[in-house]
Design a binder for this molecule. Structure first.
Ligand SMILES: Cc1cc2nc3c(=O)[nH]c(=O)nc-3n(C[C@H](O)[C@H](O)[C@H](O)COP(=O)(O)OP(=O)(O)OC[C@H]3O[C@@H](n4cnc5c(N)ncnc54)[C@H](O)[C@@H]3O)c2cc1C
Length: 500
């Protein structure tokens, strides 16, 4: 047991993961969390009889035998009962043209369906299917992420690249471009739109190839009881390891002496001291507010200047007195009439149906959720300048979304028992994420290339974790682990993990 102490800012998935690994390595550990409960953006909340899940859509590496499942085991969440295997990747539904495209998990089946829809696009469809097949059967969800960049040598990188050499061509050239660039020459524009939205139009092609391969391998699941239960299991693991956490405590400053972090000051003025501080909260707040902008460094400044943030969401959830038994869980609706939000037209909404588990609604009832990307400035201005208009705008959008759902599910409106709305301001209020960014930096090809280091230039004993340094649940929980790897390296001690 070390006599040294680690303070962690934030009890999102990254902070909880860092906490678990910190305890596994014997450090006295305390997490300070702004909200009254853990989870950060992986959040669920109750509305009457309904459980609204505003977070994680799907989990990767959810079957025994993968590197990621081993990490789940260390964090106390490797319970098969947590995961319900995905049956399909989702559906695209054109309300106007009554067209529908279902995306099966089987790649040959998918390629056949797509070629039937657009024979003229067969070369691109076959190219995509060949790439997905090449990725299939590989354990890729956390490939190359087991160590932080600071502890990854040139030789480690070369070794990783050598192991991946057969896939390398699918990660460079046209596959490193965005999906919208890749599909730009397609004849069938409706199909191009669907392919662009398999994830986001801006994300690199190789990332979509990897997702389709992981899904085809049966390594993608829904969380059976939603993200709250998943988060609570990691929190329990942390507490069982004798980790300590204080909720409703916002860190206002990171204390620094001689360019070395030595503790935190909370909003109520209390100070707590430690040998290491890990910030698993918002990076903008950490750098510019908690550290007064002193340790930003050129690379990170450049990232702030040039990289987009992930686009915030408007999310409307409905508790309805009906079921949706045979519907896809994930649906992209191409709207007949775009929704006007500020000066932006929303032409498609993402509809998520929680029909895979009875945990979200009582018998014969369901939760259906609609979300779309929106602008932070629009909602922030509205909320600050005119709270009544802000409330009215939420109501207007709820009724317009419902009108669209009515086209798809006639008679749904009178069956709605509750409607719940979360705007970018809601996410910012509960998690402090800069401008309501739900997933750190935007998932663009450029951002994927720009690695964010876990330490800040000129400052020792402070490490960063979370979705601002690595994306998605796998990246985020690994970033917590990596922060403790860095602590152990600094202490010149071996890094330990355990599953008991
Ligand atoms: C809607 C949605 C769907 C998603 N779907 C998927 C998916 O399907 N698959 C997938 O892999 N990933 C998904 N993600 C991404 C994944 O959920 C996130 O990357 C991950 O949960 C982020 O965790 P985090 O700990 O890095 O950050 P956060 O969740 O933001 O946690 C940071 C925590 O720090 C706290 N904090 C911040 N500042 C302070 C401070 N000064 N003092 C004290 N506490 C502070 C915050 O309150 C918060 O609790 C999704 C994200 C969203 C929003």
């Amino acid at each position: 047991m070390s006599s040294k102490k680690v303070i962690i800012i934030g009890a999102g998935l990254a902070g909880l993961s860092a906490g678990c690994y910190s305890r596994m390595n014997g450090y006295a550990t305390r997490i300070y969390e702004h909200h009254s409960k853990p989870g950060g953006v992986a959040a669920c909340w109750r509305r009457g009889e309904y459980l609204i899940d505003g977070g994680i859509h799907f989990m990767m590496g959810s079957q025994n035998g993968t590197d990621l499942y081993n990490i789940y085991r260390q964090l106390g969440v490797a319970d098969p009962a947590n995961f319900i295997p995905m049956k399909s990747y989702g559906s695209f539904i054109d309300i106007e043209g009554s067209r529908q495209l279902d995306i099966p998990l089987n790649i040959s089946e998918l390629a056949l369906d797509l070629k039937m829809l657009s024979p003229a696009d067969a070369p691109l469809i076959e190219d995509l299917a060949t790439a997905v097949t090449a990725f299939s059967g590989k354990d890729l969800a956390i490939y190359g992420q087991m160590n932080p960049p600071e502890l990854t040598s040139g030789l480690d990188k070369l070794t990783d690249m050598w192991k991946m050499r057969k896939l390398f061509k699918y990660m460079s050239g046209k596959y490193a471009k965005s999906m919208q660039d890749y599909t730009a020459g397609m004849q069938n524009r409706w199909l191009a739109k669907c392919l662009n939205n398999l994830f986001t139009p801006q994300c690199p092609v190789w990332f979509v190839i990897m997702l389709l391969a992981i899904a085809a391998d049966g390594q993608m699941s829904y969380l059976a009881k939603g993200c709250k239960d998943f988060v609570r299991q990691i929190e329990k693991r942390y507490k069982d390891l004798n980790g300590e956490v204080t909720y409703s405590s916002t860190v206002e400053k990171i204390l620094v002496r001689d360019d070395c972090a030595f503790g935190v000051r909370l909003a109520d003025g209390t100070e707590d001291y430690a040998d290491y501080v890990i910030s698993a909260g918002d990076i903008h707040n950490t750098v510019f507010h908690l550290l007064d902008g002193k340790y930003i460094g050129k690379k990170l400044q450049n990232k702030f200047d040039t990289c987009e943030l992930s686009r915030p969401y408007f999310v409307a959830s409905f508790g309805v007195k009906r079921t949706f038994e045979n519907e896809s869980v994930f649906n992209t609706l191409i709207l007949k009439q775009p929704l006007q939000v500020g000066n932006r037209e929303i032409r498609q909404i993402f509809v998520r149906i929680f029909n895979y588990s009875n945990h979200f609604a009582p018998k014969d009832k369901s939760v259906i959720q609609a979300e779309f990307e929106t602008e932070w400035e629009y909602w922030d201005n509205l909320r600050q300048k005119d709270p009544n208009k802000y409330a009215a705008e939420k109501e207007r959008l709820v009724s317009e979304i419902l009108a669209n759902l009515e086209i798809l599910y006639p008679g749904i409106s009178p069956l709605v028992e509750i409607a719940d709305v979360a705007t970018p301001c809601t996410l910012n209020r509960y998690t402090l994420n800069h401008q309501g960014a739900p997933e750190g930096w935007g998932l663009t090809s450029q951002n994927f290339k720009e690695e964010t280091r876990r330490s800040l230039e000129g400052l020792s004993n402070l490490y960063l974790a979370g979705h601002w340094v690595s994306g998605g649940v796998p990246g985020v929980i690994l970033s917590g682990r990596q922060a403790i790897q860095l602590v152990c390296a600094k202490e010149k001690k071996p890094f330990f993990t355990r599953t008991t």
